[in-house]
Every structure is written in C-alpha cells, then in structure tokens.
Design a protein around this ligand. Structure first.
Ligand SMILES: Cc1ncc(COP(=O)(O)O)c(C=O)c1O
Length: 302
C-alpha cells in the first residue's frame, strides 16, 4: 500500500527562510547592521513561529496515529487559526477550545470565522474553566467535554517540547549570521527554542509583548522540559510591551507604518512592531557596541 505523504510534503515547508539586510540610518549611525530573518515567508498559511512550532507536533500526532488535533486560545488567537489551517491541509479534524463562554451563540469574529471555515469545531468555555486546563485531570475532562477525546493535544500558544525543537532549527539557520538574534515573546517558547539552536558565541534577545515580568521563569521551565536544562544564551528586554498584550498606542502604530513603507515589510502589530521598536530604541541608547550585527526575526504577518 502506498504510504500517505507526511505533513512536510502536505504543508510544503520552505526553510531556511530568507535573511535580508536593511539599510536604516537609525542603526547605521551607531555602527549596527540590521538583518531581517523573514520567517513570515516560511509558509503561506502557517507563517513564522506557527510553522516552526506546529510542524514537529503534526509529525508527533501522525506518528502516534491521532486523526485529530485539539488546542486552546482566545477569540483572536493566531495559534487557533494556524492549527485550523494545518488541520485542513492535512485532512485532520480540529477542535478549538476558546476562552470566553459569553461568545457562544454570538456571531463569530473574523479570526474565529476563519477557524470555522477551515473546519475547526469551536467549543467555548468560561474563563475559570479555561484556566483549569493547567491541571492534567481537568485538561482531560475539558478535552472530552469538547468532543475531542483521542485527538492530539497542542497546548495554548503551541509552546511544548516538540515546538521548542522546531524553533531550535530557526536558531541553527542563523548560526554565523549575527551576534544578537532578537525575537518578540508571548509564551517565550520561540525564544527558548531559538536560543538553543544558536552558536555558543551568539545571544538571543527576547522582547515580551505582555506586561508582568514572569517570562524568564517560564522560559527556564520550557527549556528544562525540552532540553533537560538551560540551553544557549538569552536575555530579555522587558520595557517594550507598550502597556500590555495587543496594546498598540498611536506612536507604535506610526512607527510600524513608517518602518513598513520604508523597508517594504508588512509589519505585524502585536508582536513584530514591538520588537522593531525595541531594537530601534536600544540601538539609540547604545545598547549594542559598534560592529554588532543584529538579526530581527519576523515571526508573523499582519
Ligand atoms: C507573530 C508572532 N510572533 C511572536 C509570537 C510569540 O511566540 P511565543 O509565544 O513562542 O513567545 C507569537 C505568538 O504566538 C506570534 O503570533
């Protein structure tokens, strides 16, 4: 019998993603070279870290014989959208457990409508129920109640051990190319994997987009689960969240629009804009010695 094509063939990955140099006087006047790692171009429907994190999970799901995927997210989650798209491309059923039971029975927003159009079944739960997924027994109960028993469970944000290994590949693609590799952080999974893949002399720099200062501990525990302990060199620049998740003040909006038109880059606002702003500010403040090559990972598209 002919073996069905694996996720790699079906999802048509295209790594390594391009690395582009940008000419920008805000960096050049400080002797800093800026490269953009265009990971947003790695796959048309699963851009950037979505591909990096989901591909190893899809392989694990297939190898363990699962016919479906179940995952979690808020009403605007890019991760839910990417999982729904992956399910469509692979012919796997998908279930999305969505935070906020007040959304049940209401018209879907654009993001959830895309999930549904890709065949994802949406199951809305209250915020307190959603939080309890951190406890293994509650997680199993929630998955069963959503009608997703037997499906492969991808955690919220997709940051588990296989995902970190996928993000380590992104780091390996950047070996020898930059002194500092910078990335925006939500759960910290992308940074945790990226740092592990870099050369020993390179440093990963994370820019959290959420306020709170809890991320360093989270990254350490993600690395312990995936690699058995600390991996690679990384630091965080924690002052660039602009008030919190999905907050895009006018100044950030103007910065992102100008950067986008100056360099022909579609700048995703929730993560990538905060990363590029942080690098511009840190460079102006002399945080990088002259002669530094910086690579900014473009993890997504608007
Ligand atoms: C475009 C983009 N960049 C960066 C991130 C942050 O990734 P992580 O949660 O691994 O820190 C996300 C979150 O999923 C994202 O959608």
């Amino acid at each position: 019998m002919e073996r069905s094509p694996g996720p790699d063939a079906l999802l048509q990955p295209r790594p390594p993603s391009p690395l582009q140099e940008v000419r920008d006087d805000r960096f050049e006047r400080h002797g800093v070279r800026l490269l953009l790692k265009r990971d947003d171009l790695v796959h048309p429907e699963l851009p950037g870290n979505k591909w990096r994190k989901l591909a190893p999970n899809l392989r694990a799901a297939r190898d363990a014989g699962h016919d479906g995927l179940v995952t979690f997210g808020g009403a605007y989650s890019n991760h839910l959208r990417a999982t729904a798209a992956a399910g469509r491309l692979l012919g796997m059923r998908t279930v999305g457990i969505v935070r906020g039971d007040e959304l049940a029975g209401r018209p879907l927003n654009d993001s959830l409508a895309r999930c549904a159009a890709d065949g994802m079944r949406l199951h809305f739960v209250s915020r307190s129920e959603y939080r309890r997924k951190a406890e293994p027994q509650e997680l199993a109960r929630l998955v069963d109640a959503a009608g997703a028993g037997g499906a492969y469970v991808v955690p919220e944000g997709g940051s588990n051990a296989p995902a970190l290994h996928g993000c380590a590949e992104l780091g390996r693609e950047l070996r020898g190319a930059a002194d500092v590799v910078a990335v925006a952080c939500g759960t910290g999974g992308t940074l945790a994997g990226l740092a592990a893949g870099l050369d020993p002399g390179q440093r990963a720099l994370g820019v959290p987009v959420l306020a709170g200062g809890f991320l360093a501990a989270e990254i350490r525990s993600l690395q312990a689960a995936a690699f058995g302990g600390p991996a690679g060199s990384w630091t965080l620049a924690e002052d660039f969240h602009h008030g919190g998740y999905a907050r895009v003040p006018d100044a950030l909006e103007a910065f992102a629009a100008e950067f986008g038109s100056r360099h022909g880059l579609p700048v995703e606002r929730i993560y990538v804009a905060k990363l590029l702003w942080a690098l511009t500010e840190l460079t102006a403040a002399g945080a990088f010695p002259r002669g530094t090559t910086l690579a900014a990972v473009v993890t997504g598209r608007p």
